[in-house]
Design a protein around this ligand. Structure first.
Ligand SMILES: Cc1ncc(COP(=O)(O)O)c(C=O)c1O
Length: 218
C-alpha cells in the first residue's frame, strides 16, 4: 500500500532499536522495511547522549541526486567521544551476544514471569515483547479503566519508585524497559516489586473510594 502510493515509512527505533525486542531492530521483528529510522538510547546503551537517523537508499539517492548539498550539521552532531562510546557499546553487545540473549533467554523468561501479573485484580492486560512490558490498570469492580482523576497509574508509579523499581506510567498503563543485561534473579525481583506495588495501589485506591463514599452526603 505504501509503495503503491509512494509513501515513505518512518520506523521510530529510539526504544525498539538495538536489541530491545530481541532483534537488532524492532523493524526486523515486525518484518518492516522502513525508509527512515530515528535511533538513540540503545545505540550507546544510554552511557553518553547520541542519536541519529538511518536513511535508506530511496531517500539518500534522492537527496544526493536532487537535493544539492545535504545540510544536517548541528553544533554537537557526530561528537567523537559519544560516537566512540556508541561504537564500543555495539562491539560489546555483538561480542557478548546481548541481542540473542534477549531473544532466546531473557525475553521469554520475562514474558513468562510478566504473565503471572495478569491474574492480579488491578491488571486488565499484561503484555511484553523482548525486554519491554506493559500492564493495563483497570478497576477490579468493573474491569473498565479508572476515572482519570484518580491518577491510578501515577500512584502505582510512585509506589514502584519508593520500592526501587523503575516502572513508569503512561496514563494508567504501567511500562517497563529494563537493562538488556538484567539477570533472571533481577527479573524475579522486578516481578515481586511490581506485585507488591500493585497490592499497595489496590489498597490505597480502596481507601480513596471508601473516603469518597464517606464524604458523600446520605
Ligand atoms: C520511541 C521514542 N521516540 C522518540 C523519543 C523522543 O526522543 P527525543 O527526546 O530525543 O526527542 C522518545 C523519548 O523517550 C521515545 O521513547
Amino acid at each position: 500500500m505504501l509503495e503503491k502510493y509512494d509513501i515513505l515509512l518512518v520506523a521510530d527505533e529510539v526504544i525498539c532499536g538495538f536489541g530491545r525486542l530481541g532483534e537488532w531492530f524492532g523493524s526486523v521483528h515486525f518484518g518492516l522495511e522502513p525508509d527512515l529510522m530515528p535511533i538513540a538510547k540503545g545505540l550507546s546503551s544510554g552511557y553518553l547522549p547520541i542519536g541519529g537517523v538511518l536513511v535508506g537508499d530511496r531517500v539518500a539517492d534522492t537527496l544526493i541526486e536532487e537535493g544539492g548539498e545535504f545540510f544536517h550539521g548541528f553544533t554537537y552532531s557526530g561528537h567523537p567521544t559519544c560516537a566512540a562510546v556508541a561504537q564500543r557499546n555495539l562491539e560489546l553487545m555483538e561480542a557478548e551476544g546481548v541481542v540473542e540473549r534477549v531473544r532466546d533467554d531473557l525475553g521469554p523468561y520475562l514474558a513468562e514471569r510478566w504473565q503471572a501479573l495478569a491474574g492480579h485484580p488491578l491488571v486488565g492486560e499484561a503484555r511484553s515483547l523482548g525486554l519491554i512490558g506493559a500492564l493495563e490498570l483497570v478497576d477490579p469492580a468493573t474491569g473498565e479503566r479508572f476515572d482519570k482523576a484518580l491518577g491510578a497509574g501515577n500512584l502505582c508509579r510512585d509506589l514502584c519508585f519508593a520500592s526501587g523499581l523503575v516502572m513508569r506510567s503512561v496514563g494508567d498503563t504501567m511500562i517497563i524497559s529494563p537493562p538488556l543485561v538484567i539477570t533472571h534473579a533481577e527479573i524475579d525481583e522486578l516481578i515481586d516489586k511490581a506485585r507488591a506495588a500493585l497490592d499497595a495501589t489496590l489498597a490505597r485506591l480502596a481507601d480513596t473510594t471508601t473516603d469518597q463514599h464517606e464524604e458523600t452526603p446520605a
